[in-house]
Design a protein around this ligand. Structure first.
Ligand code: NDP
Ligand code: 8X3
Length: 252
């Protein structure tokens, strides 16, 4: 379709699966994450497979200056962004409130809220100049229902939910669509990051049920981004069939 799609957190999980899905559709991609070598490998793969054009931004969303500059100074041919998948984020730790590590809290707030905002605002400025665009913010079921030991991660995703609603209202005058997607448990690198490289604990999160895959979420995002210009899905919570809330699972 030759749209310009900007994906943050494109080096793994949902972001990478979105890159693959949009590339297969003939779209061109701006891909952002910290791990430059992963972005390069993905871009090379997509170019070989689909002839995809890519623009890579190896940056940390917490770095306000780097993010603002990278987006403001996009080359002219990459400046008209049709779709933003504002996805980069993480959980760190799963601890009782009084025992949690303050640096984990800082990292989650700085990434999932502040970094998310830096990207969203810089892209929204560009889209408002074009009087069109679609921003898809990745929240979580954790941003709808708090769970034990979820405390600050949940709070950051409640913030994504609130900010998405606010963006939808404020950006209405520019014709910009805003969609928030709230996935339940999905097997990506998410739990490995949350449990700081402890692969055994990360794997146990998905014991006894079939979780969502990155591709399940990417197809949902792709569908939302392909609707006619007068149609906007505002808010969508998606779980695997065996998940009934943030804490209720039907295990095999
Ligand atoms: P992954 O860990 O597989 O991918 C996370 C992506 O975010 C990576 O590409 C990572 O890239 C990027 N990222 C993390 N921190 C930063 C940063 N500071 N700057 C730039 N990029 C960053 O996880 P998921 O794909 O599962 O998670 C994607 C989003 O979905 C997150 O916002 C997460 O909270 C949310 N989510 C996940 C669910 C799940 O169960 N998996 C469920 C609900 C929501 P790099 O490390 O290279 O920078
Ligand atoms: C990730 C899903 O339930 O682990 O946002 O918080 S959960």
């Amino acid at each position: 379709m030759n749209r310009t799609i900007f994906i943050t957190g494109a080096s793994a999980g949902f972001g990478k699966a979105c890159a693959e899905q949009f590339a297969a559709n003939g779209d061109r991609l701006i891909l952002l994450a910290r791990r430059a070598e992963r972005l390069k490998a993905l871009a090379d793969q997509l170019t070989a497979e689909f002839g995809t054009s890519t623009h890579l931004i190896a940056a940390d969303v917490r770095d306000q200056q780097a993010i603002t500059t990278a987006i403001n100074d996009l080359p002219a041919e990459w400046s008209k962004i049709d779709v933003l998948v504002n996805n980069a984020g993480l959980a760190l730790g799963r601890d009782y409130f009084e025992e949690a590590d303050l640096s984990d809290w800082n990292t989650m707030i700085d990434t999932n809220v502040k970094g998310f905002l830096y990207v969203a605002q810089a892209v929204a400025k560009k889209m408002s100049a074009n009087k069109k665009g679609h921003i898809l913010n990745i929240g979580s079921i954790a941003g709808k229902e708090v769970y034990e030991k979820g405390n600050v991660y949940c709070a950051t995703k409640f913030a994504v939910d609130a900010i998405s609603k606010a963006m939808r209202i404020d950006l209405l005058r520019h014709g910009i669509k805003v969609t928030s997607i709230h996935p339940g448990a999905a097997e990506t690198e998410f739990s490995l990051v949350r449990f700081k490289g402890d692969a055994e604990t990360a794997k146990k999160v998905y014991d006894g049920f079939t979780p969502l895959s990155a591709q399940d979420i990417a197809s949902t995002i792709f569908y939302c981004a392909g609707l006619p210009s007068h149609v906007c899905i505002n808010d969508l919570t998606i779980t695997c069939t065996q998940q009934g809330s943030s804490i209720h699972f039907r295990k095999d």
